[in-house]
Design a protein around this ligand. Sequence first.
Ligand code: BGC
Length: 766
Amino acid sequence: MKLLQRLFIVLLVAGSFGATAQLVPTLREDAKMKTFIDALMKQMTLEEKLGQLNLPGSGDIVTGQAGNSDIAKKIEQGKVGGLFNIKSVAKIKEVQKLAVEKSRLKIPLMFGMDVIHGYETVFPIPLGLSCSWDMDLVKRSAQIAAGEASADGINWTFSPMVDIARDARWGRIAEGSGEDPYLGSQIAKAMVAGYQGTDYSKNNTIMACVKHYALYGAAEAGRDYNTTDMSRQRMYNDYFPPYKAAVDAGVGSVMASFNEVDGVPATANKWLMTDVLRKQWGFKGFVVTDYTGITEMVDHGIGDTQTVAARALMAGIDMDMVSESILNRSPQSLKEGKVTMAQIDAACRRILEAKYKLGLFSDPYKYCDENRAKNEIFTDANRKQARLTAAQSFVLLKNQNNILPLKKTGSIAFIGPLADNKVNMPGTWSVAANFSKATSVLTGLKETVGDKVKILYAKGSNLDADSAFEERATMFGKSLGRDKRSAAVILQEALDVASQADMIVAVLGESAEMSGESSSRTNIEIPEIQKDLLKALLKTGKPVVLVLFTGRPLVLKWENENVPAILNVWFGGSEAGYAIADVLFGDVNPSGKLTTTFPQNIGQVPMYYATKNTGRRLDNTKWFEKFRSNYLDVSNDPVYPFGFGLSYTSFKYSDIKLSSTSLKGNQTLTASVTITNTGNYDGKEVVQLYIRDLVGSVTRPVKELKGFQKVALKAGETKTVSFSISPEDLKFYNYDLKYDWEPGEFVIMIGGNSKDVKMGSVTWNK
Ligand code: BGC
């Protein structure tokens, strides 16, 4: 009755104010869904309701034998809401059948997966993808991932991962979009739109899950899962925006993070899960734990399993991944008054709503079309898109004397432990990848330019001198095939090969599993044995290019000083071998820009561009002064700043032009520069807008990214790039967490990276 009243009122309002017509069908749909779920929930027992909240680990479901698995019994008893990381329509169909044919209420299951950067067609790791600064490309990569995953039975992805990360030690920096909340928010929005489309009615869109809420990237000392502790100002201004952007974009689900927030693990943090997420941000979807997040709270030290399960549920968790403690412990907690039926009902409703929206009640096999699986996965078109996306993610860090692009003649020695290995190419978190289908650097090169260039190869070194380290760093079937010969023999072989070539390309860096989950490092340099190889190759006197694989910012001070050219290729995905050839030989001009600061030294981390001044700011002309905020042994500068990246061409920026220097209220400021491509290649430039609020009621960063545009310029071409700035761009969360702007003076900066900018200044009054 209440809902009908609401509907009636909204219809009235819509009619009288001429509001958009879409409101009406949406509300009708909502009302239909509510009626359906009300009726269903009336029939559900407590156990069945709790079953919907249960997302167990799927164990080893083998095609044709799902019925005999442990999980099968639970599904038949209605004790399972969904499963995750099961691959293939055949397996998924089999378990779905158990749910819709053998369970009492025939409620279909959801199928989740970590589709993080592509499915079988693998796109660059998210950190690499973010360096494209191209939101259409980002969105398209998510769309293709959704298309392939849904063709294989998946309807829910545990992505996007939007954790702001400013500490290069943390391995999971690879999985996010870097250090900046503005860029991170744009990417969050683009990914959600890519996965979900405008609704879930189609069978090639899937539900997204923004993670890991919240602050997971701020783990102390960069050690995974570690404690986080920060001020509310920092949370709201720097770490929350991408999660909120995903919520604003309509993300269907949220994953809780493992870490604590304000002394309470996120999984039991009611302030986070209910007050901020639902009350302040208006989130309407469901919240899932991260893996055994609930039972891990016993180790966190906030109670036994019974207590932590109750706390999670009452904090606002709707679905329990793996631990099964909400399912098993809630009946007792309900008896003891530690959880309420209202909370269980609310959680159950949210899961059923997600299934309803995905269309599973109308057709539980909506995502189980074997023809789609055959025809829509790892297609030529998808691979082509992945190849061009990978090329856009690469960042050219150095190119002395235009050594790159390489000429398609003569002989080139490709040397390094990462040059001839395909399993390493997809990068971390590529659970659906078919490693055998990835292309190694060597194969990519041979297929692209092999008819023109004589390509030589030697391994040169193992990944690391320490075989036990190498084992830890090449897990999940990603072995680099450790060479048992002595380091000296392996090196000599490489030098012999190098001696036959006109030039050398060293393919070095991290293996795929040296970043990602539980892959934190306290030494973020290229492993020493590979550095020794690089030094030996440089000593030959032949030109050397470094093709660098990495999932995090590395300390590259020595390399920057000594290697003539460095192309950072992150982990570009299944097609990266081709993309590397495209960029090295100049068929694609690199245009990626870093989204994370590269420090000089591990001691500088956490490091990021949007710092605050302190009361003991260092004068720009010096790198050290006693009693100033600095180090005795190293300047405060990074090796490569946020936003940095070179091109085969060069761009000249004019001074900044401002439409006004004195503004008031809601006026709009236009800030522009003209940019000229002064080199010989057509190219793309990511033009970045930064703003500084000079005086605030609380301290403000020295600059904050507030806009960017990626523009294509032909050789010799000039374009004007304009940003329109409104007070909305000046807002921040003040001491009382009020989101507003404060009048005063603002510095407007535009440039090709966060360090080299053209500046102007305006006063803006209320
Ligand atoms: C990770 C999540 C992931 C989940 C499910 C956890 O270990 O932290 O990011 O989605 O596993 O595979």
